[in-house]
Write a protein that binds this ligand. Structure first.
Ligand code: PEP
Ligand code: MG
Length: 576
């Protein structure tokens, strides 16, 4: 049985388990000569700083983005005077350098066990990591926790780890990362995404069930980890990895093939992004633009709200990298599982239906206004597209839009350069909004279906609860009718419609969406190649007529029928 976690970065990999458990040994507790111990500690600190400098110089980590910020923050922590002073004081008190490092580390650990604030936990974790690093320099091996012989294909497993610790492992050998605690905003996860390896987080009790060098398969797409898979599974996975690499090559080679169906319908294929590094995928995949830019992560990795200027720099960078391709910025969707360490505790009893996204923004308007101001500044003379998350009623959209208008008026009054044009849209994630479509469509410039949230609310099924998450199928008659009706209403009103939930990245679902009339979809980069291939093998007209017959069907799921349709009509719907 595979262990399930949460998807942090997609991809499939196989290798041997390397358990990240930094080893620490203290040869002697008390020193004979404090001066000597001070000198040893000072030298170890200097050596550690030099080693960090060369480690962070890895080419793969070049360029700006959150991963650089994370590493630079770590670098600042390493310079922390208070931490260095506490260790020196412990040496003055008679401890050896090693014992002093450990004492300060123990104090930190006690604090860590009580800290619930995720930012503080990351910081305390950095100190833990730095302490381990110092120990290695003191013991004279100068190397890293990962200095020992490593297998060729490393699947790294850890309870949690700091961003720099990941870089201790030769990036060339790193195939995947699995964390017992990590989330998408963990600093190590951000660096792992920059290295482009599959990452699965929140896999409980993993380390206790695994031995070093056990074979492990990591399926980042489905957030599953297979420990000691039997030979058959291993062979199959090895085959799939080859196939995946082959496909990746193929997709890359065909990234400039226009996503036009056999009967000449142009489909706009876009990417979902959330880190600056994701912007590189535009060139890699040949996508038309960014259909969803999630703005939460930069807020989550900091210790306080990023200033307007810090946000402006980030958004301007995103727009620079996008060039002529459009970017749909989604305003902050915090709350639920996306907590900000420096903001009120947003954990409600039922977080996905709690105080989140636009609800927070409208109750704390300065937060949204600052973000909108930064977006306006970033766009200067360029096109700006903004959409609001989790809008439940037209009145909410109006309130959010009014804040945007205020910011635009303010900018104008100050004589600033306005964006060349401003397009304002909303996500459709709350079913209630469906019953206000005419009023909504008169107000918006575009609409994007957030199918992940929309369907969890539509079916009243928690998307994070494995007991029910798979119970209903998005390829079911009710959902298809709903989407068809939406397409009809948007077409009649002349409002561009897209869909940016996960279903857009699955070829069979994407085929169905196109058959229903969607002409723009947005997905995670790893899926775009497969969806492009599907598009180019599809005839829309016959599929549209076929779907007409299914809206009224009593089936629980139409998946088999649609799969059979694809097979019979030569539509390539293999997953990427
Ligand atoms: C969605 O709900 O479909 C969506 C794209 O938003 P998120 O996954 O960020 O909640
Ligand atoms: Mg959503």
């Amino acid at each position: 049985m595979p262990s399930a976690g949460i998807r942090i970065n997609s991809g499939l990999a196989m290798g041997e388990a390397v358990l990240h458990q930094p080893r620490v040994s203290i040869p002697q507790m008390f020193g004979d000569d404090p001066k000597l111990e001070q000198a040893r500690l000072g030298q170890a600190l200097a050596a550690m700083h030099r080693a960090l400098d060369s480690m962070f110089a890895d080419k793969r980590l070049d360029g700006g983005g959150e991963h650089r910020e994370v590493l630079e923050t770590y670098r600042l922590v390493a310079e922390d005077r208070g931490w260095q002073r506490r260790m020196m004081e412990a040496v003055d008190g008679g401890l050896t350098a090693e014992a002093a490092v450990q004492k300060v580390q123990d104090d930190m650990r006690t604090r860590m066990s009580m800290a619930t604030d995720p930012y503080l936990r990351e910081r305390l974790y950095d100190f833990e990591d730095l302490g381990n690093r110092l120990m290695q320099h003191l013991s004279g091996d100068g190397g890293t926790a990962a200095g020992a012989e490593l297998p060729e294909n490393v699947v790294l497993l850890a309870r949690n780890m700091g961003p720099a610790e990941l870089l201790d492992y030769e990036p060339k050998r790193l195939r995947a990362l699995v964390l017992e605690e990590g989330t998408a905003a963990s600093h190590v996860a951000i660096v792992a995404r920059a290295l482009d390896i599959p990452v699965v987080g929140r896999v409980p009790d993993l380390l206790s069930r695994i031995d070093p060098l056990d074979p492990v398969v990591v399926d980042g797409d489905n957030a599953q980890v297979f420990v000691r898979p039997n030979d058959d599974v291993q062979q199959e996975v090895a085959g799939n990895i080859l196939l995946q690499e082959e496909r990746r090559r193929l997709y890359r080679a065909s990234r400039n093939d226009p996503p036009v169906t056999m009967d000449g319908v142009r489909i706009s294929l876009n990417l979902n992004a959330g880190l600056l590094i994701d912007m590189q995928q535009l060139a890699e995949t040949g996508a038309d633009g960014i259909g969803l830019y999630r703005t939460e992560i930069p807020f989550m990795v900091r210790s306080e709200f990023p200033s307007v200027e810090a946000q402006r720099v980030l958004y301007a960078n995103v727009l620079d990298q996008a060039g002529a391709r459009p970017v749909m910025f989604r305003t902050l969707d915090i709350g639920g599982d996306k907590q900000l360490p420096y903001f009120h505790d947003l954990s409600d009893q039922n977080p996905t239906m709690g105080w989140r996204a636009i609800r927070v923004a409208l109750d704390r308007p300065s937060l949204l206004r600052h973000q909108l101001r930064a977006l306006i500044h970033a766009a200067r003379g360029r096109q700006l597209s903004v959409m609001f998350p989790m809008v439940s009623e037209v009145a909410e959209f109006d309130s959010a839009r009014a804040l945007l208008d205020k910011e635009l008026a303010r900018e104008e009054a100050l004589g600033g350069v306005l964006p060349e044009s401003v397009r304002v849209g909303t996500m459709l994630e709350v079913p209630g909004l469906m019953w206000q479509m005419p009023a909504l469509l008169r107000r918006i410039d575009f609409l994007s279906v957030g199918s992940n949230d929309l369907f969890q609310f539509l079916f009243a099924v928690d998307r994070g609860n494995p007991r029910v998450a798979e119970r209903y199928d998005v390829l079911s008659p009710g959902v298809l009718s709903l989407l068809r009706s939406l397409v009809g209403q948007c077409e009649a009103a002349g409002v561009p419609l897209s869909l940016c939930g996960e279903m857009a990245g699955r070829p069979l679902e994407a085929m169905t969406l196109i058959g229903l009339g969607f002409r723009t979809i947005s997905m995670t980069p790893a899926r775009l190649g497969a969806v492009r291939v599907m598009t180019r093998t599809l005839n829309v007209k016959p599929l549209a007529s076929y779907l007409e017959k299914l809206f009224d069907a009593p089936d629980h799921s139409l998946r088999q029928k649609l799969r059979a349709y694809a097979r019979d009509h030569g539509v390539k719907v293999e997953d990427g």
